[in-house]
Design a protein. Structure first.
Length: 78
């Protein structure tokens, strides 16, 4: 896989735009970690193995996903 740097993108999504840098700075500190790479190959491989084995989707994960979807739909109606 070929990884591109942020500044090689054309158009409004380029990392050289001021608003793009502000988005990165304003990220939630609880969900972002500057020390972790955006692409974690080991995690991707683990998930691929779990999907292939049929163990990735569990009833607990589906319940969490449905709860999040319901909250999102309720927020849109409000």
């Amino acid at each position: 896989m070929h990884m591109h740097s942020k500044s090689c993108l054309d158009g409004p999504v380029s990392g050289t735009r001021e608003w793009w840098r502000q988005l990165e700075v304003n990220e939630d500190p609880l969900t972002s970690n500057e020390n972790q790479p955006m692409f974690r190959a080991a995690l991707v491989e683990q998930i691929r193995r779990e999907i292939a084995a049929g163990t990735y989707d569990t009833p607990e994960k589906m319940e969490i996903a449905f709860d999040r979807l319901l909250k999102r739909l309720e927020a849109e109606d409000a």
